[in-house]
Design a protein around this ligand. Sequence first.
Ligand code: FES
Ligand code: MG
Length: 572
Amino acid sequence: MTGKLRSARWFDTDDLRGFGHRSRLMQMGYGLEDWNGRPVIAIMNTWSDINPCHAHFRHRVEDVKRGILQAGGFPVELPALSLSENFVKPTTMLYRNLLAIETEELLRSHPVDGAVLMGGCDKTMPGLLLGAISMDLPCLFLPAGPMLRGNLKGEILGSGSDTWKYWDERRAGRIGREEWQGVEAGIARSYGHCMTMGTAATMTAIADAMGMCLTGASSIPAPDSNHIRMAAATGRRAVELVLEDLRPSRVLSAASFANSLNVAMAMGCSTNAIIHLIALSRRAGHPLTLEDFHAAGRRVPVLANIRPSGERYLMEDFYYAGGLRALMAQMGHLLDGTARTVTGKILGDEIKGAEVYLPDVIRGLDNPVSAEPAMAVLRGNLAPDGAVIKPSAADPRLLEHRGPALVFDSYADMKARIDDPDLDVTADAVLVMRGAGPQGGPGMPEWGMLPIPQKLLRYGVRDMLRISDARMSGTSYGACILHVAPEAHVGGPLALVRTGDRIRVDVRAGLLEMEVGPEDLARRRAEWVPPSPRYERGYGWAFTRHVMQADQGCDFDFLATGFGAAVAEPEI
Ligand code: FES
Ligand code: MG
């Protein structure tokens, strides 16, 4: 540490302000020995009564505090937006940037020297880290940990993925109400985030590979006692980080982002990783682009045999198989071992000697889970700024496909018509839904795994080509082309497709085209009427004015690094 603590500006001044701050600490029962000269560690806790993924944070925070106290720090819990994926509507993505702002401003405005960021449920890791990167105080991330495997009569159930699967079986008339209720009661049986390779498992692994948490911490199941010990160790380390002045800007490098990108691919990551990682990398000043994802998808095979890319296993198995350290140790040249981590060691040293105990769960480079990549980027006259697909979770026969479009103008339109017995649709149709992008959704909801029309489900159809400007849950699967940019709401070409147009997709060639001539498209564009704005006041108004498109990570333009001069420390 160089010089005085940041918090000393609040506590260690012989003036009226210092008097006020000290007397108010004393009001809470603290004495000089509690704070004097000690690093103040903010614990950003995204607990809430309605976030099942973070239910344990109410107690786990005490373990973090224990660690901070052991190391001579002064813990201060600062509750932050919980962003419960299941309950927050229309989508948590509308609020990721709000959590980012909250994180940055909470850290800036309070007398804190460093931080522990407690998150896990999908948008919480990017929300917390985006803000923490911009504020740049010494900090580390505490991953919530995955929940235990789901169970139905001895069958293993995975979050999300099995919900969709059983729901299709129910819509096809193959299972009854009783079995469906069994799924409901058995699929989420402990606290912790989704245990499939959804967005939470993806993003916490990314934080880990990026060097922003204790290495390997992201794999520990939430209810495991190792998670409690890890929480205390995280608290201890936060204090040391302050003393070492190890800030995100000194941990993160282009190598950290290259590593997290490659690890995401090897994990068979959620498509949401693209948006969040692009946003994070841009904030940190080491920007990734869609092309980086496409290239990484070709370079890095899927090694984690976890649903939905894998067929059997879940995050609990992944932990028993050796966890992320073991997976990273398998990656060899695909990882830059010189990248720094918050542990103070380089990544290569952190993963040295990590072993794979269950080789079917964590595969070697010579025996990948899927011949298809975790991610591919498509471009063409339908998506000039790109679209994405998860080939490893799609029926391979659809990766090169030509078929007639069946267009839905909105999510409501799709819901109203998709199960109509008279719907004019065949299995080779391409389902298109628009109006679900960052501005149109609003917030780009996870609507991109459009349901298979009931009519076709009854014939056994389980996958079709689907295109939208929405996202999809990382636990989703199927030939879903997502994140079409620019979105339809702002006049992207997706707004011009009509039912019956031929759509051509070639994933290996990176192609997404509508076979409509330029004159026709020009005519349609002239006839296009922009939709009315989604909000006329409030946060939603600010969101739709400032959110950038999916290919740029959906950050707010005014939060971008380089937008205006850096914000000064507050006057005290
Ligand atoms: Fe929280 Fe899936 S709902 S991680
Ligand atoms: Mg999710």
